[in-house]
Design a protein around this ligand. Structure first.
Ligand code: A2P
Length: 282
């Protein structure tokens, strides 16, 4: 075996012995493919990384070498951390865009591989950015459920609210599966169900495939259908708080609806009745 092959073996044989070849490297622990367009993965949590449930970090891979200089640069995107702040590992939920610069490659990661993880969490979808209230709503489309996957497992959420409602809309039933399984797990797991205290309500809908509940989050809110279906009072700025994460058009439309209910957009520096973050990778 030549020296070069020896060296390659050392770098590629990451399954048995990870070699830190990247800056801010985090080793992949698990990958789950939900369908041909969605996957989630867990990585080792850097020991010094602290974050608030609902925040995001920059993650990515090294880009291909520049054809002229041969130099490689990191290719990074913002990803919500989908695991709660107390969890030992970090979890992410991602789409696979066939020609997307990052996700076309990231979708092929396997346990033992390394990704880049910049350990600087930030974001507005945090409990502290809202005024106290009684009901907390999570409004998500597609992979916008990721920050709520974190918050749904956060004890502080259930300490501060009497009821937590997750509205999640996707085109097709298979795209709801990540959220459905997570809610089921929270309700059946001994520790998580104690955290959740029976307060979490789940309202999934599809828009392009037959399902028991259908329609966009926005339409079901403005028509009042969700209040009827769940047997609850309409939104009220005194009691209701919201967190929004979806595509840009969704965010804009739902903000208009929440404004119509008398809720105001807040931020870390100025807590109000709702906060918004866009689902980043598209
Ligand atoms: P629809 O099928 O009616 O477009 P996407 O995959 O395009 O990101 O969409 C994810 C989900 O979000 C789909 O169910 C889609 O519904 C819905 N959606 C897209 N745009 C909006 C919007 N402006 N308001 C509400 N829901 C939206």
């Amino acid at each position: 075996m030549t020296e070069l092959t020896d060296e390659l073996m050392q770098v590629t044989d990451v399954k048995t012995k990870p070699v830190p070849t990247l800056p801010d490297a985090a080793t992949v622990l698990e990958v789950h493919h939900w369908n041909d367009r969605l996957f989630s993965f867990k990585v080792e949590r850097p020991q010094t990384l602290r974050f608030r449930s609902g925040e995001f970090v920059m993650i990515g891979l090294m880009n291909d070498p520049d054809p002229k200089t041969g130099k490689q640069k990191p290719l990074l995107r913002a990803y919500s951390i989908a695991s709660p702040s107390w969890e030992e590992h970090l979890e992410f939920y991602s789409i696979k865009v066939p020609d997307g610069p990052l996700t076309s490659r990231l979708q092929h990661i396997e346990p033992g591989d390394q990704i880049i993880l910049r350990p600087k969490p930030v974001g507005t979808l945090v409990v502290d950015a809202l005024l106290p209230g009684k009901r907390l709503w999570f409004f998500a489309t597609g992979t916008g459920i990721a920050p709520f996957a974190s918050l749904m497992r956060e004890p502080e959420v259930y300490e501060k609210y009497d009821e937590v409602i997750l509205m999640h809309t996707c085109r097709e039933v298979s795209e709801l599966e990540y959220g459905r399984q997570l809610v089921e797990h929270i309700k059946s797991d001994e520790i998580l169900s104690e955290i959740e205290q029976g307060k979490l309500r789940y309202y999934p809908t599809t828009t392009r495939e037959e399902f028991h509940h259908m329609g966009r989050v926005t339409d079901n809110l403005s028509s009042g259908k969700v209040f009827e279906d769940l047997g609850i009072a309409p939104m009220n700025p005194e009691t209701d708080r919201g967190m929004v994460c979806g595509n840009l058009a969704f965010n804009k439309d739902i903000m208009a609806i929440l404004d119509g209910f008398g809720l105001r957009e807040g931020a870390n520096s100025e807590p109000k009745e709702y906060v918004v973050e866009k689902a980043f990778v598209d």
